[in-house]
Design a binder for this molecule. Sequence first.
Ligand code: PGA
Length: 255
Amino acid sequence: MRRPMIAGNWKMYKDVNEAAALVADLKRVVFDIDNVDIVVIPPFTDLSDVGEMLIESNIALGAQNCFWEREGAFTGEISAKMLKSVRCVYVTIGHSERRKYFGETDETVNRRIKAVLDNGLVPIVCVGETLEERENARTIEVVRTQVSGALKGLSEEYIEPMVIAYEPVWAIGTGRTATPGQAQEVHAMIRGLLKEMYSSSLSEGKRILYGGSVKPENIEDLMKEEDIDGGLIGGASLKADSFAALAQTTSDVYS
Ligand code: PGA
């Protein structure tokens, strides 16, 4: 069985003080969950402090993005090596907000994935269709293109640690979640594509998270779907109680 993951993407919320308060609360409420990988993904400015607070806890640290070069004259950018030095383990790559507002493409996603893996970190690669694409029955085609573009030229052994997150753009921050059936259909398609591109053992072992308005009220039915292996959570990760409820429900479904 694949080990589930609940990852909280804080986006551009929480300054250092707010981050410290949230992490202190979180540590108290999730310390006894041992069958779920719990991850927090704060803004860059919080990473160093949060990383220290998470030492010897059951919560891992992730970053929201990174540049593909190791170092150099790239004003405003942060490298995977720098993220590793503040105890990051995961990095989300290709979130739809990066694609929409900051020009991220499948090609730049591919370059960033390489930088993350080369530094021994784990990419959480985000894919998902827009509302217009779904309404035009292009979901499968769009997500297939994103996954194959992201993984272009990368070998099976190399991408072994990678996590994928399916996040329909129309469900992110809208309160409108995909039905478990809609999500499962795309997750199964992604798993099938991984089998085509690599092997059944790679595809069977690969964790595929769902993201988009996941809340304590709707997570149970999503986690019961065969090909959904956890959640990438935005809004509901900003409060300790709701994030803990998401991790606890996932833990119960997998017990
Ligand atoms: P949401 O965000 O849970 O607020 O919809 C999910 C995400 O963007 O990762």
